[in-house]
Design a binder for this molecule. Structure first.
Ligand SMILES: [Zn+2]
Length: 367
């Protein structure tokens, strides 16, 4: 099965608008502010916050933001890159649940499996990747995603564990719960919308028939699926190219409680640092079926999930109590040493206020 080199393009970046915005919004109750060098030196943080709030105010008026939608943005040079996320988004590949952003999610949480921050980071990595995704020549001269994402990301939403994980792995810093406020400041920025559309990656591998597995015992099943993931990993092309996969091949399977393979993915993060195998796995599943990972799902991955992937797994599971993650190889690196899946970690404590969930032991090493 040598189908990996023909793997379809996994993502499509959509850049909807490039608009030079001036602050035409008016609010007669808020006096205009003059920012001088002196006020910068006396209270830079305060001035910066006011600029951020003003930016959100401008965006919410210029960017046709639907009611209840979340915004995330990052400023680089004179350009503000922003993403709008709504559970009612026309992104058919997106999740179909609602848009609560609570960090203390109960097992059947109302958190979504994407967010404005996640969409912003993934969309920025898709900027300038290749000609097929460029809207105009001007995009070719934009700074690299890594340069843009050195700056702090802001969002009006509350941050989830998934947001924190993706920022740790693929960006630098983030601030949530920014309030749009008109301070009378003219920012004069260009605004560029980015988004990220998931696609199904599973159709380049044939899933084994669940019936043929029904006679296997639990341990044999786990080994069967892990071996399938390992076989897949060993087929990953390492040849460089515009979309070469990675210097470190990783594969992952999503398997239902009834032993159906629901999704298959490998890492493709050579250029887009968010596209780890587990991220591709979850987004591939959701592009095809929507919704959350069904109760009793198992994830088989050849490498222990990092914080980013663990955050998305945590958020994507319909019932986190019944989810299990099996991995073949431990990852002692800084992004995976202590993931949210591990018991008693700081991330786990932050991810839930439910004491029972804090003690869940979701992962197990196989082989
Ligand atoms: Zn990862």
């Amino acid at each position: 099965m040598n189908c990996l080199t023909d793997m379809p393009t996994a993502r499509a970046m959509v850049m909807n608008t490039v608009t030079t915005a001036t602050n035409t919004a008016t609010n007669t109750e808020t006096p205009a502010t003059t920012i001088t060098a002196d006020t910068h030196t006396r209270g830079f943080a305060l001035i910066e916050l006011r600029q951020v709030e003003q930016c959100l105010w401008d965006l919410s008026r210029f960017a046709s933001v639907p009611p209840g939608a979340d915004l995330a943005f990052v400023n680089s040079a004179d350009t503000v890159y922003y993403s709008i996320y709504s559970s009612d988004s026309s992104n058919s590949a997106g999740p179909n649940s609602n848009s609560s952003h609570s960090c203390g999610s109960p097992p059947k949480s109302t958190s979504t499996t994407s967010s404005a921050v996640v969409q912003l980071i993934q969309g920025i990595y898709e900027l300038n990747l290749d000609g097929a995704h460029q809207i105009d020549r001007a995009s070719a001269s934009r700074p690299s995603p890594l340069f843009i994402l050195r700056n702090r990301i802001y969002t009006n939403a509350q941050l989830t564990e998934m947001c924190h994980g993706m920022v740790r792995v693929a960006a630098k810093r983030v601030t949530g719960k920014i309030r749009a406020t008109h301070h009378g400041i003219t920012l004069g920025r260009k605004y560029v919308e980015v988004s990220y559309r998931w696609q199904d990656l599973s159709n380049w591998v044939s899933a084994p028939l669940a019936n043929s597995l029904s006679t296997l015992r639990s341990k044999q099943l786990h080994h069967y699926f892990m071996q399938t993931a390992l076989n897949l990993r060993d087929q990953i092309s390492r040849h460089p190219g515009p979309r070469y996969l990675s210097h470190r091949p990783i594969a992952a399977l999503l398997v239902s409680a009834t032993h159906q393979i629901l999704a298959i993915a490998t890492n493709t993060h050579a250029k887009n640092k968010t596209l780890h195998a587990e991220i591709n796995l979850i987004q591939s599943f959701q592009s095809k079926q929507g919704g959350k990972l069904p109760p009793g799902s198992r994830i088989y991955t050849t490498l222990k999930p990092c914080k980013m992937c663990a955050g998305m797994i945590w958020t994507a599971a319909e019932d986190i109590r019944s989810l299990r993650v099996y991995f073949s190889e431990d990852d002692p690196g800084p992004s995976a040493k202590f993931t949210v899946l591990g018991p008693g970690t700081h991330e786990r404590l932050r991810a839930t206020s439910d004491p029972a969930l804090r003690l869940l032991h979701l992962e197990e090493r196989l082989f």
